[in-house]
Design a protein around this ligand. Sequence first.
Ligand code: ATP
Length: 479
Amino acid sequence: MKKNDYFLHFLISHAKNYGFIYPSSEIYGGLNAIYDYGQYGVDLKNNIKEYWWKSMTQLHDNIVGLDSSILMHSNIWKASGHIKKFYDLLIDNKDSKKRYRPDILIKEFLLKNNYPKKEKILFRLNHLLKKNDLVGIRLLIKELNILDPKCKSNNWSDVHLFNMMFKISEKNEKDVLFLRPETAQGIFSNFSHVKQSSRMKIPFGIAQIGKSFRKEIIARQFLFRMREFEQMEMQFFIFPKEEKKWYTYWKKFRLKWHLELNLGEKNYQLQDHRQLAHYASAGTDIEFHFPFGFKELEGIHCRRDFDLKRHENFSNKKIRVFKEFQSYIPYVIETSLGVDRLFLAIFSSSLKKEKLKNGNYRIILKIPNYLSPIKAAIFPLVLKNGLPEIAKKIFNEIKIDYKLIYDKNPSIGKLYRRQDAIGTPLCFTIDYDTITTNTVTMRYRDSMKQKRIPIKKISNFIEKETGMKKILKKLSNYI
Ligand code: ATP
């Protein structure tokens, strides 16, 4: 097994064994590219969403929130272009019966084989994609003699297109509904409501977090490409002539936001789009170094007035703002980030195997403290002499403010290892000295250093070490 494959395998089993991510419906054989979040996964995910939500809707006083429905009128998808244009390419291998995205097949082939004329081939591929030349794409696969990565056969089908939206009702044409493939259209279709009720003036933004669904060709990249996933999207409505200014601002701010997570500056790169989506006039991806290489984490797009204009035409309702006695349709800068992709970025870059001084290893999840599912663990050193009662009393007082764990496993070493593996930044041990001095031992996850602190200061320490305030304060300086 290659090093990267080995790491991904290790990461997936760690996520499952420690209650972060489970494969969905596993008792019935599982479902491809669908995952469930376990007890720690859901808290880590909620903390990620809180960091985004507060940064966007709390630090920016010109952005408001929205939670629109997943099911929407099918005309929304006609207007947005998803019914006509939200297609992916597909090729089947007739021997392995596996399906692939031909563009990804070609790109991965070039990357794996360090192909000498890589740039030339990529240029050709982009040209073929632009022209929608399906025959040409198949010929390119044949010409490069690309084999099925699983069964090494070159017995390929034709390349075809398929719509990526899940249709959920087709009794008759009028009743067709789709599971939304992006949250953005809920924002556009509510633009007039939000503007009116919030009394926001251009420039202002609408942010929302919610589930999206796409019929992805399964790429087996864990949370990276799912068929049901969550997005954190923000549409920022602007004066058309300020497009460049706001595009630059959002590119910068979003990158800063990621860098503040402290996952390593070298893990990020910006990639301007060569091939633009049907709605976009410019676009950049913030790419992250996942276990399988640099891939898109967040997209920032100039959508111009594409969406609002289309909704105006399709709905026959004016969607406009007024300035100096003139009405116009605002332009839009979009920032779009996948919650699950960010979860994977954080999880994969934080999971480490560390060698200890005594030669043993520990598995540690060095996630940013303010995102950790459990902020602190509280243990009694022994299960007698009233220590469990003191520990439980401290736990009951502090749990009102922070998510804690109380554990009375008799082996303190095992307790520390388990907390390291789920990313708990602080552990507090109640021992015999606690009875006489009202102090406890505090142990840091990352340095494993220990010190004694008074019981009455535990809460302050947890806030200082794990609170989100510090990072939000820092971010607010960039706004
Ligand atoms: P890709 O090219 O990787 O398919 P995309 O360009 O189609 O991504 P967008 O439509 O711009 O993605 O969606 C915005 C964000 O939503 C992405 O940057 C990503 O973080 C997330 N996202 C998109 N598709 C998926 C998916 N299938 N699974 C998990 N997250 C996704």
